[in-house]
Design a protein around this ligand. Structure first.
Ligand SMILES: [Zn+2]
Length: 272
C-alpha cells in the first residue's frame, strides 16, 4: 500500500497539544524503514471541500475565525493539504499519512482536533458505493452526521464509550455503532470488529474507506482500550481478508509507539 505523504503537514504545532507533528514523523520514519513506498499530494481545492462543508464554514476556516484549545487557529493550507492527501489516497488506494485529522468535523463545525472532514470529502469525490470503517477510539461524530441517511455510504465505528465526543451509543439507519466499555480486552474488541466487518460485507460496498486511529492502543494516553502491537497486525489482516479495495486516512493515536503500530497494521493490510 502506497503512503501519501507531504512533509509540509509537519510545519504547524501548538505547544502542549496532543495532536503534534511527532506523531506523523514517527509513522513516516518507521514505515520508511520498513520499506513502504511514498508519494506526494497537493492540497484539496475549495470545490472539493464544498462537497461536504458549507461555503460559510469554508470562509470561517480560511479566516481562522475560531478559537479553542482543541482546534487552535491554523493556516487553512494544512486542513486543505490533509484533505488533498486523503483524496489522493482514495485514487491510489493508499494511506494518507497526514494531519490534522478530520472525523470529528461536521458540515459546519470544527472540533476534536479536526477542521475539514477529509475522509468524507474523499468518499464524496470518489462517488462510489462506500463503507467507512472508523477504528479510531473516538466516535466519528462528524462523519456520521455528514452521511446519516446517505444511501450510497454506510458508516461503521468501533469506539470507547463513555468518552469524547459522547456520541455513537447506538446504531442509526446507515450508521452502525459499536460502543466499547473502557478497559475492553483485545479479544472482545476483535470479536466486535468481526461483527462490524460482517455487516460491511453484507452491504457489498465497492470501496472501503478507513478512518484509522491508533488510540485504541493499550498505552495510548487519551483512552482505555487494550489493543496490543500484535493486535494491530490482526486487525490489518482481518480487513485485508475482506478483499475490498481500501484506502486509509490517519485520524488519532497519541502514543510514542504509533510508528510501530502503523507498520504492524499496514504490513498486514498490504500483504500478498
Ligand atoms: Zn481519536
Amino acid at each position: 500500500m502506497k503512503v501519501v505523504y507531504s512533509p509540509e503537514c509537519l510545519a504547524y504545532d501548538t505547544p502542549g497539544h496532543p495532536e503534534n507533528p511527532e506523531r506523523v514523523l514517527s509513522i513516516y520514519r518507521e514505515m520508511k524503514a520498513a520499506g513502504f513506498s511514498f508519494t506526494k499530494c497537493s492540497p484539496a481545492e475549495k470545490k472539493d471541500i464544498l462537497l461536504v462543508h458549507s461555503d460559510e464554514y469554508y470562509e470561517k476556516i480560511r479566516k481562522a475565525a475560531y478559537t479553542g484549545f482543541e482546534t487552535p487557529p491554523i493556516d487553512i493550507k494544512y486542513p486543505l493539504l490533509s484533505a488533498g492527501a486523503t483524496i489522493k489516497a482514495s485514487e491510489v488506494m493508499g494511506f494518507a499519512l497526514t494531519r490534522p485529522p478530520g472525523h470529528h468535523a461536521g458540515r459546519d463545525t470544527q472540533e476534536g482536533f479536526c477542521y475539514f472532514n477529509s475522509i468524507a470529502i474523499a468518499v464524496r469525490k470518489l462517488g462510489k458505493k462506500t463503507a467507512i470503517l472508523d477504528i479510531d477510539v473516538h466516535h466519528g461524530n462528524g462523519t456520521q452526521s455528514i452521511f446519516l441517511g446517505d444511501s450510497n455510504v454506510s458508516y461503521h465505528s468501533l469506539h470507547q464509550a463513555p468518552l469524547y465526543p459522547m456520541s455513537g451509543l447506538k446504531s442509526e439507519g446507515n450508521c452502525y455503532n459499536y460502543p466499547l466499555f473502557p478497559d475492553t480486552d483485545e479479544a472482545t474488541y476483535i470479536k466486535t470488529l468481526e461483527k462490524a466487518l460482517q455487516v460491511i460485507e453484507s452491504r457489498m460496498p465497492e470501496v472501503l474507506a478507513i478512518s484509522m486511529g491508533f488510540d485504541s492502543y493499550v498505552k495510548d494516553p487519551l483512552a482505555g482500550q487494550k489493543i496490543t502491537k500484535e493486535g494491530y497486525g490482526k486487525i490489518g489482516k482481518m480487513i485485508k481478508e475482506m478483499n475490498i479495495p481500501s484506502f486509509v486516512t490517519l485520524e488519532g493515536g497519541y502514543s510514542p509507539d504509533i510508528g510501530k503500530l502503523a507498520v504492524r497494521f499496514f504490513s498486514a493490510l498490504s500483504s500478498e
